[in-house]
Design a binder for this molecule. Sequence first.
Ligand SMILES: Cc1ncc(COP(=O)(O)O)c(C=O)c1O
Length: 415
Amino acid sequence: MSLTLSNRPHPKADFPIFDPAGPNAGIAYLDSGASAQKPKSVIEAVSAFYATGYANIHRGVYKLSANATDAYEGVRAQVARFINAASDQEIIFVRGATEGLNLIAATWGRAHLKAGDAVLISALEHHANIIPWQILRDQMGVELRIAGLAADGGIDRADFTAKLADGKVKLASFTHIANATGAVLPVADLIAEAKAAGAIVSVDGCQAVPHRPVDVQALGCDFYTFSGHKIYGPTGIGILYGRLPVLETMPPYQTGGDMVATVRFEATEFLDPPQRFEAGTPDIAGVIGLGAAIDYIQSLGWAWIEAHEKSLLAHGTAVLSKIPGLTLLPAGSERSGIFSFTVEGVHPHDLGTILDHHNVAIRAGSHCAQPLLNEFGLTATARASLGLYNETEDLDRLAEAVMAAQRMFAPKQRA
Ligand SMILES: Cc1ncc(COP(=O)(O)O)c(C=O)c1O
């Protein structure tokens, strides 16, 4: 069962990896939170760029290079429209969310923080939004504060407010959607509160951008970062959005070619943002593929994507809740795209392996969020995460395979 899109087949047909005659026939792919599969249009855009449009950018005086530059810069403008940034200058191409967050810590953090200042994150973060701040703590004497986990699996709002109260928090950095549980944080409210307390605010949008429209101006954050490979684009490319007045205060991240106005042995003058933060030859083909991925998402439209996900979430919750011994990790007041669960008597890694024998692909482990799992008293869970190509049948197959694993691990009756 699936919602229909007028005049076109279900999006699953757009993804060659799911070809019923191909090597992965019948796979129930439930690991899009780790990385999403690629539609044909993205694969073809990257391939066509290499086949007919490839040259290095920004330097060539010949047509091929000028066209490649136009295509690359065109995607920057497209990304700006996609997340409603005020200008293209606010869009920095990075390798992914990990690099985006490290860039903020290494540039804004080192330029603006000093010993005694505090950085506030939450208990629901991916390691990529924990470790860069730990390093500033250990190297610069910055205090790292953690807004706790609420009993319902959301963020503890009272703790968040309390940790902002003394005015020492200069940067708040939190996830939009927790990758280990699917909890949606009330980011608009958190941003407003942190801004009112005088902090710069960074949002890790990795798990949000594949699932919902994001408007960075409406949110009011200073930074927003996400990865291309989770929104059906290539690996190796991601976006760091930064508000221009903030980017202008930041020194470069890496240095080298393409980010300089003049270089003399005595001194170097850097370009303005975003070029200041894009040293060396970038992942040009990745950028082209990212543009095609955004086109693909927009061709389906957010209305369909969100309605489809809502029906998948309802179905998944219903079928998983019926399984005795399965505990779904709570996700606060709103869940998006992710079911994280444990099954009594079956280790998540065993579960993942058995599910694979049933051609159901999920993730097992700590999901790069060990501190959050520790809060739940766990070291690992099984995680099924949704993409726009999933169908309710994939979730039925998940439930059946979990029950088959339970039967395998059930204590044998003595004769
Ligand atoms: C919430 C969140 N933040 C950051 C990351 C890191 O993304 P990447 O590995 O693409 O840099 C991930 C990836 O799983 C994530 O889910």
